[in-house]
Design a binder for this molecule. Sequence first.
Ligand SMILES: NC(=O)c1ccc[n+]([C@@H]2O[C@H](COP(=O)([O-])OP(=O)(O)OC[C@H]3O[C@@H](n4cnc5c(N)ncnc54)[C@H](OP(=O)(O)O)[C@@H]3O)[C@@H](O)[C@H]2O)c1
Length: 303
Amino acid sequence: MTSPSSQASSLRVAFLGLGVMGYPMAGHLQRAGHQVTVYNRTAAKAQQWAKEYGGATAATPADAVRDADIVAACVGNDDDLRSIVLGEHGAFAGMKADAVFVDHTTASADVARELYAVAREKGLHFVDAPVSGGEAGAKNGVLTIMCGGDAPAFDRVAATLGAYGRAVTRIGEAGAGQLAKMVNQICIAGLVQGLSEAVNFGERAGLDMPLVLDVINKGAAASWQMDNRGQTMIDGKFDFGFAVDWMRKDLGLCLAEGQRNGVSLPVTALVDQFYGDVQALGGSRWDTSSLIHRLRVLSGKKA
Ligand SMILES: NC(=O)c1ccc[n+]([C@@H]2O[C@H](COP(=O)([O-])OP(=O)(O)OC[C@H]3O[C@@H](n4cnc5c(N)ncnc54)[C@H](OP(=O)(O)O)[C@@H]3O)[C@@H](O)[C@H]2O)c1
């Protein structure tokens, strides 16, 4: 594991995809002293980023990566990733020999292995590196980064990723980072449903729930979700954070992988359906803690 105190010398870095996560991540690279060139499909966002941080912009992924030692990306899903990596204007067409592509998208282990193999054929390197820590983690530069790929390629990028990662760890071979992120999402799914049921139960019992959470958060039930989402769940506030649509994408990856390797994920499958209910209630962009809203609706009580 690499800690943020590890120093990386100034490098040429490209960053592709300036969404909720990518925008501040690319900003941390520029602030760390690297020469950053960004690409975003919607060019206005790249212009805005360059105005804010002072780096360069490019019109295509291939143009953005030309001189880069490291290319980082954070887009939506497998297909988005293929569209910025492959093809005539994709990153692999423009990268110089021996450069390393680091993918922060939460995607399948399959696409990580596929792009790792294509990279090798072209004399490039590919590291899958999904993140945990959400928008706040990206803005504050304290993400947890789970990596898969060859150890020498990981070693070359780890210190640079420290610009926005509090913990940067190589888990194993290509795809292992994405599999570790699936483990993370399986944990969260069951945990948030448990927390939702607990808060809804306590409210129904007439308890002072802020007080109860404050007390039990010092005991064995403590969690990041309780710390960071307990009060907003009580308040019925969901217009922020990690969107239900993204969570369903992630749980879909977990369930597909589970089916492939013969592992039963009954709670994950159930919670995925519950998130489907939240989407039907209009909560596609709500934070994942909105599972409690579904319970309140079922109990006949509006959030
Ligand atoms: N948000 C979180 O809390 C969080 C936490 C952990 C992991 N993640 C994961 O991180 C990834 C990005 O999340 P986000 O919240 O940053 O998403 P987002 O705000 O929706 O941003 C997505 C980015 O990908 C670009 N993009 C999407 N499809 C593309 C395509 N086909 N070609 C080129 N660019 C494309 C978008 O460009 P445009 O600007 O043109 O749309 C945008 O820059 C996802 O895989 C997500 O699951 C998110």
